[in-house]
Design a protein around this ligand. Structure first.
Ligand code: SF4
Ligand code: SF4
Length: 288
């Protein structure tokens, strides 16, 4: 690992548990998505839910810069700015790129990260490296198209809508190409895996082994948050004990994340305390 990325990793609260005193800020600028996961429901304007894909408001790049300036003036030890939805950072690449560039111009010493489903990594991987994104999260829920076909309803790629194993195979291929490229170019990659009981629970150790080989730095096995109205709304829940047992088994192969808060797309502050509402109210007062 490059020395500069080593320091950024040690002060990134998601990548190092001991960095809990540092704050991160998600800028909700990625509107679109190009796949359809059976557990996803992106609800905007929701202040009561805390889970990925939820934001109070979608921001333009200029609004994201304005929010960054406001947050920076009020939040101590703001270390990381990232794009984590509400859609996919690469499906909305123009917006992601412009937002991160504007903020980087303002504060080049920050750590920049994003999360993606990985479908468009082969297209944008070189630009991500050039942009100085040091940390990338890719969600990979299956490394066998047969299992992926049960998780992804559709994959929209190069103007085609692909479903079943065909779609899952294209997604997987691109995820692994991108992961390998980024890792080889010094980007620290985390792979998120959503544990889906009855679907991929017995496949997770294989995912961890595969992504380790492709260069992942760590994996983050997360419980499903079932959302009403989605095909996986009734899947059984996973307990923390079950989750930690599986993480412990996988730890023999690769570093595991145990402290993920499954944050909103507009989360602000330290991982233990989301301050996004506070800034929403402040922005509303400024606009009034
Ligand atoms: Fe939703 Fe993310 Fe899946 Fe897109 S990649 S459908 S935003 S969970
Ligand atoms: Fe970090 Fe998990 Fe929150 Fe992402 S969702 S910012 S990995 S704690």
């Amino acid at each position: 690992m490059k020395e500069s990325n080593k320091i950024k990793t040690e002060t990134h609260p998601c990548y190092s548990k001991s960095a809990h005193q540092y704050a991160r800020m998600h800028i909700p600028v990625a509107e679109k998505c190009n796949i359809s996961c059976n557990y996803c429901n992106r609800k905007y304007d929701c202040v009561h839910e805390t889970r990925p894909g939820v934001t109070s408001k979608l921001l333009s790049p200029e609004e994201a810069l304005a929010r960054f300036k406001l947050v920076k003036s009020k939040v101590d030890r703001l270390q990381v700015v990232g794009v984590a939805g509400p859609g996919d950072a690469l499906a909305s690449f123009d917006s992601t790129k412009r937002s991160l560039s504007l903020i980087k111009n303002e504060d080049p010493d920050l750590t920049f990260c994003l999360s993606t489903n990985g479908l468009l990594l082969p297209k944008y991987q070189a630009e991500l490296v050039e942009l100085g994104i040091s940390h990338v999260t890719i969600t990979i829920n299956a490394v066998e198209p047969k299992i992926g076909a049960q998780i992804y309803e559709r994959v929209n790629y190069r103007g085609q809508t692909l479903s079943g194993e065909t779609g899952a195979a294209v997604l997987l291929k691109n995820q692994l190409i991108g992961l390998k490229y980024l890792a080889e170019h010094g980007v620290i990659c985390k792979v998120n895996i959503v544990l889906l009981k009855g679907i991929n629970e017995n496949h997770i150790e294989d995912i961890v082994k595969t992504v380790k080989q492709a260069g992942a730095y760590m994996t983050n096995i997360m419980p499903l948050i079932p959302v009403a109205g989605t095909p996986f709304a009734d899947l059984p829940l996973t307990s923390k004990v079950e989750l930690d047992y599986l993480r412990g088994k996988c730890e023999a192969n690769l570093k595991q994340m145990y402290h993920c808060q499954q944050c909103r797309s507009d989360a602000v502050g330290c991982l233990s305390k989301d301050r996004s509402l506070e800034f929403k109210q402040e922005e509303e007062q400024l606009e009034a």
